[in-house]
Design a protein around this ligand. Sequence first.
Ligand code: CP
Length: 314
Amino acid sequence: KKDILGIAELSRDEITSILDTASIMKRIIQSGDKKTNYLRGKTVLILFYENSTRTRVSFELAAKYMGADTININVSVSSVAKGETLVDTGKTLNSMGADVIVIRHNMSGAPHLLAKHVNASVINAGDGMHEHPTQALLDMFTIREYYKTLSGLKVAIIGDIYHSRVARSNIIGLAKMGAKPVIYGPATLIPPEIEKMGAKIAPTINDALYQADVVMGLRMQLERQKNALFPSKSEYARFFGINQVNLSLAKKDALWMHPGPVNRGVEMTSGVIDGFNSVINEQVTNGVAVRMALLYLLAGRENMKVSRHASGTV
Ligand code: CP
């Protein structure tokens, strides 16, 4: 593949291959000698039109660990602020020798448009309400690390599904991998097409959480709520919040997840976020390994093979 634009475009085998490569990358990170040369001579440009902490920093770290030259473009002080179009900005970066462009944009489909106009590989780091494929890959990686498989697992996804690109990518990916995504949230924030993507809609939060292997909270997307009726923060916490009481319905060892950033006390209580079963910090750690894997698979193959790390010798 030239680009990673969405989980919808990836086959089950491709997802497995990315997760397997990420396992190798995680071993490299854990070895303490994080610097590799797999992307030596390659240039990774990070172009974010929306705010980010986790995705932006982990892509930059991943590119640096892989030995690439990397530049984080600050859109607010670039020529975007003078009215340059996305395609013209992309072509400009392409002309400067970008091998990979990582883009986050508030418009759904922006990475797809960019990918058509540049030779560089394009990675979608979140496009509007559409997809956030690298988040779903790191979530699936985290779940697979614990359960050794995704097949047959009940994954409860709770909250603002309508605005959530994380939910969309996870539902598509989990269903492809044989898991059973079950969703619950405010009725106005459940898109009708969600069942076609492979999710079941639970009638109550208790039904969603009952015997779940994984419970995933979602951020309340205040910045995207222009056209949707939405509960207040206190109503949301009361009727859709994940707490230690309703989590007792899930399996005892269920994983508690959230893509972040989290509104403490709204989507999840602090007791859950910092609780024993919470893997929120591990999700962030795994994000670097998954993004290293993607950079390697898109741009690193020619330099050298990563397979020598598969045996665990680094
Ligand atoms: N999960 C996620 O995409 O977080 P950031 O917005 O901080 O990148």
